[in-house]
Each structure stands twice: as C-alpha cells, then as structure tokens.
Design a protein around this ligand. Structure first.
Ligand code: HEC
Ligand code: HEC
Ligand code: HEC
Ligand code: HEC
Ligand code: HEC
Length: 186
C-alpha cells in the first residue's frame, strides 16, 4: 500500500518536472505560437451534440439545478438528465426561432430513436479519485463554488479545470475537512 503511494508520488513528481520542461521549451520557442494555440484548443474541445443553453433553462426559466442533476444530493454523481426529462417540456415547447427549432428537433429525434444524447463529459477526475457530490451538497458547498455561474453560461465553461489535487486539498484545509490520502484515493 505505502509502496504504491510512494510509486504514485514519484510518478506525480516526474509528471510535474515533465510539465515544467514542456513550459520552458514552449517559452523558448514562442515564434511557434500558432501551432501551440491550435494544440491547446483541441484539448479543450467540449462541443456538444446539441447546443443546450444553461442561460435559458437555469437562467431565464429558473429551473432548479437539481431538477435535472437530480442525484447530486444523494449520490456520488450529479448525473445528466435522460431525454425523457427534456421531453417533459419539449413535447410541447418547440422553440421560437429557426435556430432553437432546429436544436430542439434534435432532442425530439433522439427521443423518437430511443437513443440517449451523447453529451460530452466535461468535469471528470481520474478513476483512482473518489469525489462524492452528496457530501459537498450536504455541507452546503454551492454548485457555483466549483462550477462557476452556470446559469449565466451559454456553453459550460471549464472553471477550475483541470481538476487538481491542490484545489481539493486547499479547500479541505480551509474548511477543516479530512484530507488523509485515503479520503480521496482508493
Ligand atoms: C433543464 C435541465 C438542466 C438544468 C436545469 C441544469 N442543467 Fe446542467 N446540464 C444539463 C445538460 C443536458 C448538460 C450536458 C450538456 C452540457 O454540458 O451543456 C449539463 C451539464 C452541466 C455541467 C457539466 C457536466 C459535465 O459534463 O462535467 C455542469 C457542471 C452543470 N450542468 C451544472 C448545472 C448547474 C450548477 C445548474 C443550476 C444552476 C444546472 N446545471 C442546471 C441540464 C441541465
Ligand atoms: C421545464 C421545461 C424545460 C425542460 C425540462 C427542458 N427545457 Fe429546453 N427549453 C425550455 C424553454 C422554455 C426554452 C425556450 C423556448 C423558447 O424560447 O421558445 C427551451 C429551449 C431549449 C433549446 C433551444 C435553445 C436555443 O437557444 O437554441 C434547446 C436546444 C433545449 N431547450 C434543449 C433541452 C434539453 C436537451 C433538455 C433536457 C436536458 C431540456 N431542454 C429540458 C424549457 C425546458
Ligand atoms: C466541491 C466541488 C463541487 C461542487 C460543490 C459541485 N460539484 Fe459537480 N463536479 C465536481 C467534480 C470534482 C466533478 C467530477 C467528478 C467525477 O469525475 O467523479 C463534478 C461533476 C459534475 C457533473 C458531471 C456529471 C456527474 O454525474 O458527475 C455535473 C452534471 C455536476 N458536477 C453538477 C453539479 C451540480 C448541479 C452541483 C450543485 C448541486 C455540483 N455539481 C456541485 C465538483 C463539484
Ligand atoms: C470549496 C471547498 C471544497 C472543494 C473544492 C472540495 N471539497 Fe471535498 N469536502 C468539502 C466539504 C465542506 C466536505 C464535507 C465534510 C463533512 O461532511 O463534514 C467535503 C467532503 C469530502 C469528502 C468526504 C470526506 C469524509 O470525511 O468522508 C471527500 C471524499 C471529498 N470531499 C473529496 C473531494 C475531492 C476529491 C475534491 C476535488 C476534486 C474536493 N473534495 C473538493 C469541501 C470541498
Ligand atoms: C481532497 C482530496 C485529495 C486528497 C486528500 C489527496 N488527493 Fe491525491 N489527488 C486528488 C485529485 C483530485 C488528483 C488529480 C486527479 C486527476 O488528475 O484527475 C490527485 C492526484 C494524485 C496523484 C497523481 C496521480 C496521477 O494519476 O497523476 C498522486 C500520486 C496523489 N494524488 C497522491 C496523494 C497522496 C499521497 C495523498 C496524501 C498525502 C493524496 N493524494 C491526498 C485528490 C486528493
């Protein structure tokens, strides 16, 4: 067990050194900036199959976050709603302009085909990390603390990304929450 952790710490340390070396090499080769910005935009490509706006749903219509992400308070995962949740409204609401109608038609097509919408996952920790939503919701840590002002976002942004150990641990230190390795690692 201890050996495994030492191994992982070593890997982590080597990774950090690797990143530093990469940053330095980028700094030295600034004239190559076109290709390096193209690289970073591929890494952050979270284009969704349907342009789902949180601004309309959570913003204008003030639908509660947990109406859709209904398992956040009782489970490890917040969950992404099934198409049936969408159809509760979009059986009737078809959109008020052509752009909206085209996007909502896609929702209806998935429903008719009995297929789940293949949403691209944005927030994800590595498999060896345990993150229980319900513990944070129960402790009144607001969704916005970790995900930003989602109701003002046309497209979900990558606030607090990449999810790092330092980010988790510094809040746990601040709020005096347990932070021995086994709290978060299997
Ligand atoms: C009408 C349903 C609905 C409501 C209400 C809603 N969401 Fe979402 N949410 C979705 C869908 C669908 C996705 C996947 C598409 C996307 O990423 O935009 C999503 C994605 C997300 C994600 C990114 C998930 C990932 O892949 O990592 C976060 C974070 C999130 N929502 C937070 C919130 C918060 C906070 C609120 C309340 C302010 C909220 N949502 C309200 C439906 C909803
Ligand atoms: C509680 C009702 C409700 C639910 C549930 C709901 N929507 Fe909507 N949705 C609306 C309303 C209202 C509009 C705005 C329509 C208008 O202005 O004519 C809208 C608009 C949209 C649009 C068009 C936005 C644009 O600007 O192009 C899309 C796409 C959409 N919804 C997808 C979804 C998806 C996907 C889900 C399920 C995850 C969902 N909706 C769940 C009420 C809802
Ligand atoms: C303390 C920080 C924190 C808070 C508070 C938080 N989240 Fe998350 N959220 C995360 C992390 C970290 C992940 C990635 C978890 C994983 O990969 O297992 C995530 C993932 C998600 C996802 C992706 C799908 C899933 O099932 O995990 C959604 C949706 C989401 N959060 C919505 C919400 C909503 C809605 C709230 C408020 C009710 C909320 N989150 C509160 C940190 C937080
Ligand atoms: C903004 C503050 C904040 C951030 C960021 C945060 N946490 Fe937490 N965490 C808390 C609070 C508050 C609790 C609740 C402690 C309690 O229930 O008494 C908690 C509880 C936990 C627990 C349960 C602890 C136990 O005693 O069993 C785990 C596991 C956990 N967090 C993992 C994570 C991971 C992994 C991340 C980063 C991906 C993270 N947390 C980010 C504030 C935070
Ligand atoms: C509050 C939660 C939390 C605690 C406590 C915590 N970690 Fe982490 N740890 C994380 C997160 C989150 C990551 C980043 C995972 C990712 O990249 O998705 C991480 C990454 C790591 C990595 C890098 C592994 C890799 O795959 O790159 C190592 C090694 C590690 N942790 C060891 C430890 C050790 C040793 C301790 C105890 C001293 C510890 N962690 C305590 C949350 C935590």
């Amino acid at each position: 067990m201890t050996k495994r952790w030492i191994g992982r710490l070593t890997i982590g340390f080597v990774t950090i050194l690797g990143c530093l070396a990469f940053v330095f090499s980028q700094e030295n080769g600034k004239d190559d900036s076109v290709s390096s910005s193209a690289e970073s935009s591929t890494v952050l490509d979270f284009t969704q199959p349907i342009a789902f706006p949180h601004t309309i749903h959570a913003g204008v219509d003030q639908i509660d976050c947990q109406y859709c992400h209904f398992s956040a308070e009782r489970s490890v995962d917040a969950g992404i709603p099934p198409v049936s949740t969408c159809m509760g409204c979009h059986m009737v609401i078809g959109g008020s302009d052509e752009v909206q109608q085209a996007e909502i038609q896609k929702v209806r097509d998935y429903w008719a085909a009995k297929e789940p919408i293949p949403w691209v996952r944005i927030y994800k920790v590595a498999d060896h990390v345990h993150f229980p939503h319900m513990r944070h919701v129960a402790a009144n840590v607001d969704c916005t603390t970790c995900h930003g002002e989602v109701k003002e976002l046309e497209v979900i942004e990558t606030v607090n990304q990449p999810l790092s150990m330092g980010w988790c641990v510094s809040c746990h230190v601040e709020q005096n929450v347990r932070r021995d390795c086994t709290v978060c690692h299997y």
